[in-house]
Design a binder for this molecule. Structure first.
Ligand SMILES: Cc1cc2nc3c(=O)[nH]c(=O)nc-3n(C[C@H](O)[C@H](O)[C@H](O)COP(=O)(O)OP(=O)(O)OC[C@H]3O[C@@H](n4cnc5c(N)ncnc54)[C@H](O)[C@@H]3O)c2cc1C
Length: 420
């Protein structure tokens, strides 16, 4: 009989088991992992470097990176934040470094450092790691009965840390919990359009607004003027990267996370309106273009980049405005200038599908947050049942925040488990 069985040998499961065993070394703890290796996602995370956390040490700021979990994680972050994670690893001899954008990685630049640390700590603390032990069911009888493909184990307490496993969500549902339906988060937009063809790798700051395509079509047939009034479903501003298949970069990834449910309901077919000059609006750019027309009248539009955007993008937008490669500013008609200002500030694209962002992708959805006590991570419905990590309905934007959720909820669960 175990004091604690942790189901799932990932980031949250290990962090929690290690803290529980550190608080109370007498506890008999096992981690059950279905795979032949543990910590599989840690291994591939951050392109093999593991973006452990983010250099954001203020809980009230940190929570703003969680489209789901913002409210619930505030209390837990006050107890165990990114600074505590840095200290934990430092105590084990692992130094984390901060990159310019705030992401934190082991200074070794390899995720294996984190894996080795967890395996060595678990071994020192006598935590049993049982691989090839896929859990089929868990039931609260007198004590917990946890059935794996190999055998049945008994435990006083169970921590579920199985990430986005639909089978385990089904088991949790059978115990009376609600599961918020899983949908993908953190993905890039598929766009086929001549204006971004051949310029992959171009990156620039932009404001991106998402619109429902169906709504546009319906409105156009009824009344054209109403098209201008329709509201964007989502808006974000930040670095945008043009890729071979469409658009990526922080601005797009943030939209995919905050809009995970909306975009899923649109079946990933929608319209984006891009302002490549987020500090300007159509009229101010038109004014600027008219001024350039006066000053640079003898030069060609194509070769006189009038605004601060990458040259290859300027070339494509000038073409899209119907301006020929030899056309001079002096000869440009009012209509063409208007078209160019529209391409610069209200550049419309059809998104048709999504692609996986290789560095990091997560699932939005999981155990309903109102059914969990965030002071202990214990279920409010089933006694001695705890949750940590991606199994709950929490997910974040990219940058180390998803692991921070695994560490913090794992730590709070360890506290809850050992103090009860
Ligand atoms: C390619 C990629 C890169 C990423 N990079 C980063 C990054 O750099 N920074 C960041 O913050 N986030 C990153 N993430 C997200 C991050 O990996 C997850 O948020 C995090 O791993 C969640 O931890 P977890 O312990 O809850 O779940 P997981 O890490 O998914 O662990 C769950 C474990 O449970 C096991 N399991 C599942 N079902 C059963 C069962 N029935 N019985 C027994 N065991 C079971 C699984 O095999 C797995 O080992 C990345 C994700 C991906 C996919």
């Amino acid at each position: 009989m175990f004091d604690l069985i942790v189901i799932g040998g990932g980031a949250a499961g290990f962090y929690s088991a290690i803290h529980a065993a550190t608080i109370n070394p007498k506890l008999k703890i096992a981690i059950l992992e279905k795979g032949k290796e543990v910590l599989g996602k840690v291994k591939v995370s951050g392109g093999g470097r593991c973006n452990v956390t983010h250099a954001q040490f203020d809980p009230t700021e940190l929570v703003k990176n969680y489209p789901r979990g913002e409210k619930e994680l505030l209390g837990p972050f006050h107890k165990h934040c990114s600074g505590d994670v840095i200290s934990f690893f430092e105590e084990k001899g692992i130094v984390l470094k901060i990159e310019d954008d705030g992401r934190m990685f082991p200074s070794s630049n390899t995720s294996q450092t984190i894996i080795d640390c967890f395996l060595s700590e678990a071994s020192k603390l006598g935590i049993q790691i049982l691989k090839h032990s896929g859990v089929l069911s868990f039931e609260p009888k007198n004590v917990w009965e946890v059935v794996t493909i190999k055998k049945t184990y008994r435990a006083k307490k169970v921590l579920i840390a199985t990430g986005s496993s639909s089978k385990i969500w089904k088991n949790i549902q059978e115990l009376g919990h609600s599961i918020v339906a899983p949908v993908p988060s953190l993905f890039t937009f598929n766009i086929k359009d001549s204006r971004i063809k051949g310029i992959s790798g171009v990156s620039t700051n932009a404001r991106v607004a998402v619109y429902d395509r169906n709504l546009v079509d319906a409105k156009i047939t009824i009344k054209l003027s109403s098209q201008k009034k329709r509201k964007p479903l989502l808006v974000d501003e930040g670095p945008l990267l043009i890729t071979h298949w469409g658009m990526s970069g922080p601005a797009i990834l943030k939209l995919s996370a905050w809009g995970a449910r909306i975009l899923n309901s649109l079946k990933y077919k929608f319209e984006v309106h891009i302002n490549w000059l987020p500090d300007h609006y159509n009229e101010s750019v038109l004014k600027l273009l008219n001024e350039i027309k006066e000053i640079e009248s003898k030069k060609t539009v194509l070769r006189t980049k009038a605004v601060d955007i990458p040259r290859r993008l300027w070339t494509n937008l000038v073409r899209a405005a119907g301006i020929g490669k030899d056309e001079k500013w002096a000869d440009i008609t009012k209509e063409k200038l208007l078209k160019l200002s529209e391409q610069l500030t209200d550049c419309r694209f059809i998104v048709d599908g999504k692609s996986t962002f290789k560095e990091e992708f997560v699932t939005a959805g999981g155990v309903e947050l109102s059914e969990i006590n965030f002071k202990t991570m214990e279920s409010k419905l089933v006694s001695n049942l705890y949750f940590a990590g991606e199994v709950i309905n929490v997910d974040a934007i990219t940058g180390g925040f998803n692991f921070q959720n695994a560490w913090t909820t794992g730590y709070i669960a360890a506290q809850g488990i050992t103090q009860k």
